[in-house]
Design a protein around this ligand. Structure first.
Ligand code: PAF
Length: 280
């Protein structure tokens, strides 16, 4: 596995991969890898001839007071994992490489960026869209792989790919969960053993909503009430949002129709966790 630290190095390495690869896959990450990231790499390996992964803890997607400084940095272990999964090239730039002095161009997906996490974390999706657009321009992949766990990020990036005519396919891979149901996240490392137990209520709330839908209840207000009741059983949980929305626009839906997104975000101890369910 080659490691590129600068944009010219990454471009040169991509060009030499391109000589033998008809389909190039990109897996953008912020490192602190877990099985969810590995599922993206495996999907990329299965669908593409060469795989480029990135590790960049993007400062512009963290608001002041968020966990940028504490975000887990496990570069050596991440490299070993990517290498063992057959990643061909890792692009891992420093912040100064991605944001040199004078950098002032941003990508703003209007409207959608202000919903769900975008509402609670102003500026977050501007940071995500800007860095991902640049990774797309640097690597020029045919397919780019993202996790369904960050459903709002998926909506933002889908819109961006369409609106800015990026010539690539966005592939969204299913949420990977621990056996007890907790959705994998790099931020699960912040959870104490007790908090980890409390955090299971997020998946339980989504399951309760799914059960109700299977039982034929589609009214969003009563579904959300049932989900909130589960979360309220855990006083350690501070709910940020629980909503039933259109998965593309992230606007609230009065009814949980086919394809609707049920999304939850909550604080458990010092960890802000997200999870979601797409209504089949
Ligand atoms: O999902 C993530 O880890 C990040 O938001 C991403 C897509 C790598 C952009 O920094």
């Amino acid at each position: 596995m080659r490691i590129a630290r600068t944009i010219p190095e990454a471009r040169a390495a991509v060009a030499s991969l391109r000589a033998n690869a008809r389909c190039l896959g990109l897996v953008p990450t912020m490192g602190a890898l877990h099985a969810g990231h590995i599922s993206l790499v495996r999907a990329a390996r299965a669908a593409c001839d060469a795989v480029v992964a990135t590790i960049f803890i993007n400062p512009t997607q963290f608001a002041s007071g968020e966990d940028f400084a504490q975000y887990p940095r496990t570069f050596e272990a991440d490299c070993a994992l990517f290498e063992s999964e057959g990643v061909d090239l890792l692009f891992a730039p420093e912040a100064a490489e991605m944001y040199p002095e004078g950098f002032c161009t941003v990508v703003e997906i209007e409207g959608v960026s202000d919903r769900l996490d975008g509402q609670s974390r102003p500026g977050h999706f501007r940071g995500v869209a800007t860095v991902v657009a640049r990774l797309f321009n640097i690597v020029a992949p045919d397919k780019a792989f993202f996790g369904q766990k960050d459903a709002a990020q998926v909506a933002i990036l889908r819109r961006m790919v369409r609106d800015l005519n990026f010539p690539l396919e966005l592939i969204v891979c299913p949420i990977v969960r621990d056996p007890d149901g907790l959705a994998l996240s790099s931020r699960n490392r912040y959870l104490s053993p007790e908090d980890r137990g409390h955090a299971l209520a997020l998946a339980r709330a989504l399951c309760r909503i799914e059960e109700r839908i299977v039982a034929g209840i589609f009214d969003s207000a009563s579904l959300l009430e049932a989900g909130r009741a589960i979360l309220a059983e855990e006083p350690a949980i501070r709910l940020d949002y629980l909503r039933i929305v259109d998965p593309d626009t992230l606007e609230d839906l009065p009814n949980a129709r086919h394809g609707a997104l049920v999304a939850v975000a909550a604080w458990v101890g010092s960890a802000r966790l997200i999870d979601n369910l797409l209504i089949p």
